[in-house]
Design a protein around this ligand. Structure first.
Ligand SMILES: Nc1ncnc2c1ncn2[C@@H]1O[C@H](COP(=O)(O)OP(=O)(O)O)[C@@H](O)[C@H]1O
Ligand SMILES: CC(C)(COP(=O)(O)O)[C@@H](O)C(=O)NCCC(=O)O
Ligand SMILES: [K+]
Length: 264
C-alpha cells in the first residue's frame, strides 16, 4: 500500500491529511486546513516539510474547477503523482446511490457516506447493519438518509450558519448584530439569530431521523462531521456521534478498495 495524501476541498477550506498507508482507520502522520484563498501557498508551506513523501493522492472537491486547478498546480509543484478525484457514482464500496443523477451528487457527500457506512459496520456488535443519518455542517449543511442495505435514499441541503446569517443581514435593515448565544427562548437579536440558525439545522436532522426511522423501521445511527459540527453538538435533539474525520475515512476506504482491486 503506497503512502497517501487525502484532500477534501469544500467551499470554505481545503483539508488535507497524509497517511503512511491507504488503510481505513490509519492515523494521519500530518494534516492541515487552509482557507481557499491560501491554497497557493501549500507547496512552499506545509507540503514542503512533510515527514514522508506521499506516493499517491485521492481527493474530493466541490469548490469548482478554478479551485481544483489551483490545487492541482500545488500538487504538481510538490509531488510526482497525478491528482485523482472521486466522482459520485451509481455504486461504490458497498453503497448504492439513489440520486436521480448519481454523478451530480456532491463528491464530499458520497465520500462521507462511504466513511460512515464503514464505521457503522465496524461498530455493530451483532453484525446487523443499521440505517444511518449522515450530517455535514460546513459552508452548507447536508443531511443524508441511508438504509441498512447501504442505499442512499436521499438527503437535505440547507444553508450553513454563515450563509444563513449573511442572507438575513443582506435581506433586512435591522439584523446587523454580533454573534449571539444559543438560547431556548432568545430575548435579543443576536441570540435570536444564532439560535434560529442552530435549531434550523438541529430540527432538520431530527426530521430526517424520523423519516429514516419510519421508512426503515429501525433506529438510525447518526453521524455528524464538518468544520462547524462542534458548534451544533450541544443543541442536537437526537443521539449522534461527532466524527471529524468522516470524509478522510471515506477517502481511505475508497483508496484501499481501489488498491486491493489492482493488487487482486
Ligand atoms: N477554525 C475554523 N475555521 C474555519 N471555519 C470554521 C472554524 N471553526 C468552525 N468553522 C465553521 O465551519 C464552517 C466551514 O467548515 P468546513 O468544514 O471547512 O466547510 P467546507 O467543507 O464547506 O469548506 C464555517 O462556515 C464556519 O462556520
Ligand atoms: C451541497 C454542497 C454545496 C456542500 O458543500 P460544502 O458545504 O461541503 O462546501 C456540495 O456537496 C455540492 O455542491 N453538491 C452538489 C449538489 C448536490 O449534492 O446535489
Ligand atoms: K465538506
Amino acid at each position: 500500500m503506497p503512502s497517501l495524501l487525502a484532500l477534501d476541498i469544500g467551499n470554505t477550506r481545503l483539508k488535507w491529511a497524509l497517511y503512511a498507508q491507504a488503510q481505513p482507520g490509519s492515523v494521519p502522520l500530518a494534516s492541515g486546513a487552509e482557507f481557499l484563498d491560501h491554497i497557493d501557498r501549500l507547496s512552499e508551506g506545509p507540503w514542503a516539510s512533510l515527514p514522508l513523501r506521499p506516493e499517491a493522492m485521492i481527493g474530493c472537491v466541490v469548490a469548482g474547477d478554478a479551485v481544483r486547478r489551483r490545487t492541482e498546480e500545488q500538487v504538481e509543484e510538490s509531488f510526482d503523482f497525478e491528482p485523482r478525484w472521486v466522482v459520485s457514482s451509481a455504486a461504490e464500496c458497498g453503497m448504492v446511490n439513489g440520486y436521480d443523477h448519481p454523478t451530480r451528487l456532491g463528491a464530499d457527500r458520497w465520500v462521507a457516506m462511504i466513511g460512515a457506512r464503514h464505521r457503522m459496520l465496524a461498530q455493530v456488535a451483532d453484525g446487523l447493519p443499521r440505517p444511518m443519518v449522515v450530517v455535514m455542517v460546513g459552508t452548507a449543511v447536508t443531511v443524508e438518509a441511508i438504509d441498512a442495505e447501504g442505499r442512499f435514499l436521499g438527503g437535505l441541503i440547507l444553508p450553513g450558519h454563515g450563509i444563513m446569517l449573511r442572507a438575513l443581514e443582506s435581506g433586512t435593515a435591522g439584523l446587523h448584530v454580533p454573534t449571539g448565544e444559543v438560547r431556548e427562548f432568545p430575548t435579543n437579536t443576536s441570540d435570536a439569530l444564532t439560535s434560529g440558525g442552530t435549531y434550523a439545522i438541529a430540527g432538520a436532522v431530527e426530521r430526517m431521523v424520523q423519516h429514516v426511522r419510519r421508512h426503515c423501521g429501525a433506529e438510525p445511527a447518526c453521524y455528524m462531521t464538518g468544520g462547524a459540527g462542534w458548534k451544533m453538538a450541544p443543541s442536537m435533539s437526537v443521539e449522534f456521534e461527532l466524527v471529524e474525520s468522516l470524509i478522510m475515512d471515506g477517502l481511505l476506504v475508497i483508496a484501499g478498495d481501489r488498491a486491493a482491486r489492482i493488487a487482486g
